[in-house]
Design a protein around this ligand. Structure first.
Ligand SMILES: Cc1cc2nc3c(=O)[nH]c(=O)nc-3n(C[C@H](O)[C@H](O)[C@H](O)COP(=O)(O)O)c2cc1C
Length: 407
């Protein structure tokens, strides 16, 4: 037998020559990307992404809440033409998935938001730029991605808030998301312990952990300094990366949502409400819908996992309103649970950041590819042929394991 024949028989594949591609080829789920990211990135930076607020109870509960749901599939359904495409806020997308806004993304990898934006554009998925992004509204628009969203924090300086909204509109952003869960910063103890706070107060252990990753530092030192990229050209307001979060307005209330609505010409979502009454009020105030989120467990600890309130919120806002849900999605099956419980789409934060930290832009591609393949397979094995069918038959396809076990 020739060597080529033995190779064929054993199904042996020559590993890719490129080290990054080899690394990614070994990642078969988001947890694999997380493991690689943990190895490759200085501990304090990894913790900034991976961690949650206070006792991290909300962070853990977000994952547990997805695992509470078990599938009860339909058999003998022709799923050969199964189609995961859907439409969200007027745009056709190949998968009910959004890449959620995450601040300072250039700290995770120097290509930062541009890498995420390009990967999202390739996949045809919406991507939300954070107010506290390390890439500006205009820079990200140069990717040519035509499904960009902008996430807004309301500032004490209302002129600056207005300026951000107008710039996002001028740059062609499709959707504005107003975050309502971060008017005060969450207390992320991993960051406090690592000294990765604003302003930084790194301790010796953190410095040693950081020093152990020279590759990361070489890349960082060669690229432009991390900055609050969305500061208006005339930074008269004195906002810097150090004092930024103290500029968020804790007095922000429903009246500000009306103001934003009157300025923003496009589609509007409210990001971060958790109770059904607030969700309904947001829609009554003129928002197209809500982005259910507990900020991935990074703000108020002990908050309910959004997936727990998804069905109630859908009932409260009605079928016409848009419901996007995040916090804890790490698998295509989680996405299927969210749709089955009434969401129009799910969003991911950490899942793509793990990919970015593991391998830069191709790592984000890989994260999307994994969730996409998992979602399609879940739909087919569930016996649903479309996202609409998953929404409509969702309740019949799920069982609550806690109710079954009587706990
Ligand atoms: C590192 C990091 C930074 C984030 N920054 C922002 C932000 O600037 N604005 C915002 O609205 N949400 C922010 N979020 C929350 C995400 O938009 C999203 O709600 C959350 O990541 C979803 O949970 P998941 O990480 O479990 O997918 C951030 C999340 C992470 C992990």
């Amino acid at each position: 037998m020739k060597l080529a024949e033995v190779r064929k028989l054993l199904g042996f594949k020559v590993p890719p020559l490129d080290a990054r591609a080899r690394r990614l080829a070994r990642c078969h789920e988001i947890e694999d990307l997380r493991r690689v990211a943990r190895r490759r990135i200085p501990g304090p930076v990894f913790d900034y992404v991976d961690g949650g607020a206070d006792e991290e109870l909300a962070l853990e509960a977000n994952r547990r809440a997805f695992h509470r749901w078990a599938f009860c599939p339909d058999s003998l359904v022709d799923v050969s033409g199964c189609d995961p495409a859907t439409s969200l806020l007027g745009d056709d997308i190949p998968l009910p998935l959004v890449l959620a806004p995450t601040g300072y993304t250039r700290m995770m990898h120097t290509d930062g938001e541009l890498a995420v934006g390009r990967a999202a554009a390739r996949a045809g998925l919406p991507y939300g730029l954070s107010t506290v992004a390390s890439t500006s509204i205009e820079q990200l628009a140069t990717t040519g991605h035509d499904r960009l969203w902008f996430q807004l924090y309301v500032w004490k300086d209302r002129g600056m808030t207005r300026d951000l909204i107008e710039r996002a509109a001028d740059a062609g952003y499709r959707v504005l998301e107003v975050s309502v869960d971060a008017h005060v910063s969450g207390n992320r103890l991993r960051d406090v312990r690592n000294g990765l706070t604003i302003p930084p107060s790194l301790n010796l252990t953190s410095l040693l952990k950081i020093g152990a990753h020279p590759g990361y530092w070489t890349r960082m030192l060669r690229s432009p300094a991390l900055e609050f990229a969305n500061a208006p050209p005339s930074v008269g307001s004195g906002v810097t990366i150090e004092n930024m979060t103290s500029q968020f307005d804790p007095s922000v209330a429903w009246a500000q949502l009306d103001e934003v609505r009157s300025i923003w010409p496009g589609r509007l979502l409210v990001k971060g409400p958790l109770n059904p009454q607030d969700a309904r009020r947001a829609v009554e105030a003129g928002a197209e819908g809500v982005h259910l989120s507990n900020h991935g467990g990074r703000q108020l600890d002990r908050t309910l996992p959004p997936i727990e309130v998804c069905a109630e919120v859908r009932a409260a806002v009605g079928e016409e309103a848009t419901v996007v849900l995040d916090s804890g999605i790490r698998h295509g099956a989680d996405l299927a649970v969210a749709i089955a419980l009434g969401a129009d789409a799910g969003a991911i934060g950490r899942a793509y950041l793990y990919g970015l930290m593991a391998a830069g832009e191709p790592g984000v591609d890989r994260a999307i590819e994994l969730i996409s393949a998992q979602f399609l397979r879940t739909m087919q094995l569930l016996g649903v042929e479309s996202v609409l069918a998953l929404r409509e038959r969702g309740a019949a396809l799920l069982r609550d394991l806690t109710a079954l076990s009587g706990t």
